[in-house]
Design a protein around this ligand. Structure first.
Ligand SMILES: Cc1cc2nc3c(=O)[nH]c(=O)nc-3n(C[C@H](O)[C@H](O)[C@H](O)COP(=O)(O)OP(=O)(O)OC[C@H]3O[C@@H](n4cnc5c(N)ncnc54)[C@H](O)[C@@H]3O)c2cc1C
Ligand SMILES: C[S@@+](CC[C@H](N)C(=O)[O-])C[C@H]1O[C@@H](n2cnc3c(N)ncnc32)[C@H](O)[C@@H]1O
Length: 614
């Protein structure tokens, strides 16, 4: 994806015509004709692509992938969802629905459409999870078997991040005369490359240029009878017999029962894989073993950057798929620079971030503060253990791993050996040789649990340190940082530092709380983004980067079956669930619409060699 220019894209500008047909002012066209709507979409797309027949052939674990150009009101999607919910296919088959949209329709316009068409039950499934118009991929699980990938932004940009094997395509841009970029040859060539054998593509348009592009892309193109008064519609087919896309049930070993390892294990199991988690410690949750409250919020830069947009999408993914104590987060802006930062964020993310004066901040916090603040109302905190499944973990330390005869061998400190075809290293700051080139940084952090304190903020409060609301009689303050330090013994100086951060808000007469210090070691990368995905063959990567000028990355030598999920710094809670979903998609060979260059393991060597990520 190209660098985002704004945090939020504008919503579609819509006027409703007399017959309650929506009209797109940006494109000067209707979303569907007054005579069309449901029946037309059903005829052209669902029947055209033979969905019902094909879904009947799906077996357990099979997936079916639909790609749509132009999500619009989601009419095609909601009809597809209705048909999927009603059809008697195998219960564990999955539907991936990938849709591109540059101008998301506002939720209130979606509701008007749904009540006109009687699609309220299907829209109800979607509306709770409908994203803000943040550019990029929004991965939305609507049920255990349906995942919508709403790719927000111009289709040509978003398409660059898509890896998919597609069974059916709905071409549903506005009319080619008014919306040429949705039909052009470049786009059709790209689409054709994603099709599985026997895949079908349908459209209401039979424009000559479109038919020629699809034929040039290798498809057989037919004109069929159109809907209603329309003479024709288009159906194109990829060569070959269509067969269901079966996914393999894999045996995966996850090394590390910290937050990221446990989240990966949950996501992998949800996808039907068999997972074994190994950890050297008898207690799970790694760096968070002794920490009861962590903050969940997106890290935002003053102007949108690829990383901050990734944070926003990951945060929205968190909100959709996990629950949190949504008390909000207030960040004190106690300098001119911080206030300029807060004002810039609030201006760019209206409704999501707001700049509040000291009185309003004080009221929300139930503490007296002297500075303005930035409030994120949908942020909050969680107890780390509530985010993951409580599972059996095999206790043992993996000393080394080795690839031979198409398998990974995990050599344990205790002498035994485990064999696996897929391994995920979620080892935090403790690097095995396969992770050494990432040069992970250990960042020691101390937190304090305070019991018997009756003053605490009512939202997550970030000032000098982060202070949490009272829960079950205690409150947490955390946020010390010591680089290259992995000493787990609590330090008196850190305890003093944490208490000092609270002192402006506590009356000197208040009772002394009882204190429990907890220490954890974060693992960080040099760009402060995690590393998630398959690991490269490091020698081949190094040789590749030394080649005479390679401008664009075409590197393909990855270690078979070896993945990692490390380097989450202070944000494993916010980023972890989305990263686990992405990793699971990669391992399972599912569609991925995310800009993985933000988190790929190869990025540091590529950047050092001046090579653009692909
Ligand atoms: C004081 C403090 C406050 C924090 N606050 C927040 C917050 O508010 N919000 C937030 O999102 N994040 C917060 N974090 C960060 C969060 O803790 C991390 O991002 C997250 O825990 C990273 O999880 P992980 O699974 O990647 O690594 P870890 O938690 O380090 O887990 C790695 C696991 O791998 C195991 N392991 C390593 N090597 C081996 C081996 N060779 N064999 C077997 N097992 C092995 C370890 O024993 C460990 O259990 C905080 C961290 C600290 C220290
Ligand atoms: C005819 S409408 C789609 C109707 C939709 N399929 C439905 O069922 O409601 C076409 C959609 O394409 C979107 N669009 C147009 N140009 C685009 C582009 N370059 N990239 C992404 N989406 C685009 C428009 O915003 C519009 O929502």
């Amino acid at each position: 994806m190209k660098s985002p220019e704004t945090y939020l894209l504008p919503y579609a500008s819509i006027s409703w015509q007399d017959s309650d047909t929506p009209f797109a002012r940006d494109y000067d066209d209707v979303y569907w004709s007054a005579a069309g709507g449901l029946a037309e979409k059903q005829h052209v797309f669902l029947t055209g692509c033979d969905l019902a027949q094909r879904w009947n052939l799906l077996q357990d674990g099979d997936r079916f992938t639909i790609l749509e150009t132009g999500f619009g009101f989601g009419l095609n999607f909601l009809l597809t969802l209705r048909a999927w919910n009603a059809c008697s296919r195998s219960s564990s088959a999955r539907l991936d629905y990938i849709a591109f949209e540059k101008h998301l329709v506002r939720p209130e316009d979606l509701q008007r459409m749904a009540s006109n068409f009687g699609l309220e039950p299907e829209l109800d499934q979607l509306i709770q999870q409908y994203p803000l118009p943040v550019p990029g991929n929004h991965c939305i699980w609507l049920s255990a078997t349906v995942c919508l990938h709403l790719m927000v932004g111009d289709i040509h940009d978003q398409m660059q991040d898509l890896e998919a094997k597609v069974d059916a395509v709905f071409l549903d841009g506005f009319s080619p005369g008014l919306n040429a970029e949705m039909w052009n040859e470049t786009l059709m060539t790209r689409l054709c490359l994603l099709l599985r054998p026997g895949a079908r593509l349908s459209s209401y348009s039979v424009a000559g240029a479109l038919r020629r592009s699809l034929a040039a892309g290798g498809l057989t193109v037919h004109k069929l009878k159109g809907f209603g008064t329309k003479r024709h519609m288009l159906l194109a087919e990829q060569s070959g017999d269509w067969q269901p896309d079966s996914s393999q049930r894999l045996d995966v070993v996850v090394v590390g029962a910290g937050l990221s390892g446990l989240l990966c294990a949950d996501a992998l199991e949800k996808r039907g894989h068999r997972v074994t988690v190994i950890d050297q410690n008898s207690e799970p949750l790694g760096a968070l073993r002794q920490i009861n409250q962590i903050a969940i919020y997106p890290k935002l830069s003053k102007t949108p950057q690829p990383y901050s947009n990734f944070y926003l999408r990951a945060f929205l993914y968190f909100l959709r798929h996990h629950s949190l104590n949504a008390c909000g987060r207030i960040e004190l802006l106690d300098s001119d620079d911080k206030q300029a930062y807060g004002a810039a964020i609030a201006a760019q993310l209206p409704g999501f971030a707001e700049l509040i004066d000291p009185a309003t901040a004080g009221l929300a916090l139930a503490l007296k503060v002297e500075s303005p603040a930035l409030r994120l109302k949908s942020a909050g905190w969680i107890a780390p253990k509530t985010l993951v499944t409580n599972r059996d973990v095999l206790q043992g330390m993996v000393r080394s791993i080795e690839y031979k005869d198409n398998s990974w061998y995990l050599n344990m400190a205790e002498g035994e050996e485990h064999k696996a075809s897929i391994v995920v290293l979620a080892t935090g700051h403790e690097s095995l040789p396969q992770l050494a080139p990432l040069a992970l940084i250990s960042l020691r952090g101390q937190s304090l649990r305070l019991q018997g304190l009756d003053i605490a903020p009512e939202t997550v409060f970030s000032a000098k340190k982060t202070w949490f609301p009272i829960s079950e009689g205690s409150t947490t303050v955390s946020g010390t940082y010591d680089r290259f330090d992995d000493n787990l013994t609590p330090r008196h100086a850190d305890t003093e530092l944490l208490l000092e951060a609270l002192s402006p808000y506590l009356p000197s007469s208040s009772d002394k709380p009882s204190l429990t210090a907890g220490v954890g070691i974060r693992s960080a990368t040099r760009d402060r983004m995690p590393v998630v995905g398959q690991l490269p063959d490091w020698d081949k990567l190094e040789a590749y980067c030394q080649q005479a000028p390679v401008l664009r990355n075409t590197f393909k030598s990855f270690a078979p079956g070896l993945y990692c999920s490390v380097g989450f710094g202070s944000h494993g809670g916010t980023l972890g669930p989305y990263c686990a979903e992405l990793l699971t998609r990669k391992i399972s060979g599912d569609s991925v619409g995310e800009d993985m260059s933000q988190i790929t393991s190869t990025r540091f060597m590529f950047r050092d060699a001046g090579i653009k990520p692909s």
